[in-house]
Every structure is written in C-alpha cells, then in structure tokens.
Ligand binder design. Sequence first.
Ligand code: ADP
Length: 263
Amino acid sequence: MRLSTERLSLSYNGRDAVHEVTLDLESGELIAIVGPNGSGKTTLLRGLSRLLRPVAGHVLLDGDDIRAISSRSVARRLAVLPQEHPEGVDITVHELVWRGRAPHQGILQRATPADHEAVDWALEAADVHHIASRPLGSLSGGERQRAWIALALAQQPRVLLLDEPTSFLDVQHQVEVMALLTRLNAEGMTIIVVVHDLALAGRFMQRVIGMRDGRIAFDGPSREVLRPEPLEEVFGVPMLVLEDPESGLPVPLPRHPEGAAGP
Ligand code: ADP
C-alpha cells in the first residue's frame, strides 16, 4: 500500500503548518519523521490520515485521492495512533481493542471469527493479552500506550501512523515499542512514526524525514541523513554523530553548548 502526497498544504486559521509537501511513502517502508516542536509533524500525520482537509494538494492512497475514499474504507487500510489519548476512558483493554474492529464490522453484524482472531493477534502483538481484563485507568503509562497500539493493530491496517509513541515510556518500553514496529514492518506493514529521540530513529528506522517550518528539510536512508549538517539545519543546535561500534548505525547527540568541556 503506497501513501503519497502531491504539493500538500495544511493550515490552521489560514496559516500553513505544512507547506507544499511532496512525499512517496512506499509499501513496506519503516520511516521516522523528526523535527523541532511546531515543525508540522503532527499536522502532516493528520493530513496523511484524512483527519485534516488539505488547503491545497492531495494525499493519495494507492493512487486514489484519500478524500474520495470513505472514512471506513480508509480505516480498514490505515490506522493512526495519536499523540494524546482521551482521558478517563473507563473500559478494559479488551473492550478498547475490540473498538478497532468497527471499520470491519457491519452495523448489526455479529463478531466473526476473523474479528476474534484480529483482536487476539493485536493483544498478543502489543503484549497486553495478560492485562486484557484490566481497566485502562489502572495501567501504567507504558501499559496504556501498548493498549492503544493494540487498538490500532486490531484494525489490521496496511499502513500505521504513530505520533511519538515512545515519548512517555522508559527505556525498556521504548525499545519494546520500536522492536514491535520493526516486527510489524518485517511482516509487511508500512510504518510512519514521529520520534523525538534521534538515537532511536538511527537504531530502528530505515528512512528518516526531517521537517522544519512545515517543509521537508531532508529525506533519505538514516545513515545518509543522520549527519551533523542536515540535523543542525533542522534543529538549530550543534550536533555530533557517533557511530555505534557494534552496528555502525548513526547515534546523533546534541553537542554541549559551551564546547567540549561539559559539566
Ligand atoms: P509538531 O508536531 O512538529 O510539533 P504541529 O504539526 O503540532 O508541529 O504544529 C505545526 C504548526 O501548526 C505550529 O505552528 C502549531 O502552533 C500550529 N498548530 C498545530 N495545531 C494547531 C491547531 N489546532 N490550531 C492552530 N494552530 C495549530
């Protein structure tokens, strides 16, 4: 499933937050979007997932304008994990994940074996099967995040968009979420994820897109774009990029603003 944009502009109150972005997100890619706060990452995800109407340009899902496809049909192919989840949802993990089947179910249709299978798979993949009967309010931040990921997976999407899924997680859960995305990608899912942690992007992502001021500043294989110059241009701070001695992968770090001395 190919997702692309043609000179896509998205705005709030007449001001462009994403400006004439043209992108090709090919089937089976694992892509990170990075950039400073306010650079348009979340807005781009909203545009890609049909939540925001373009002021100019198009989003194409397998060549069809996403606005011409019904929202149910989009939801069967593409799932989004937003940055913030509604508070105070007083349901169990199991109930939450079942909601992911809505796009696949008829209004009066009873759950099919395929629905049960999808829910079981999603609970298992996101590693929340053992807490499936717990209410969301009783979970830790990491567990709750994985429950929302399971909801998105129950849609059995071909394309998964995630907005900072690791932000509030400890290192172990960050790595678990990234490993899960890698696994899903290996099974064929196209994954686009907004990440703040550049070291995580370097370790897990094949392609990294850098945004600044609503535009694409760089886009390419992580080894090629996670270099000091492109990162400095996007983030506006001096950067150092080390090479992981085990994998050779890039490990970007901000330089100390006072020079090499450090604390
Ligand atoms: P990022 O995800 O990179 O932090 P956003 O896409 O959230 O950036 O924001 C891009 C720009 O759009 C910012 O200038 C932000 O203030 C503005 N913006 C985002 N959401 C809204 C909104 N709901 N109403 C008005 N302006 C918004």
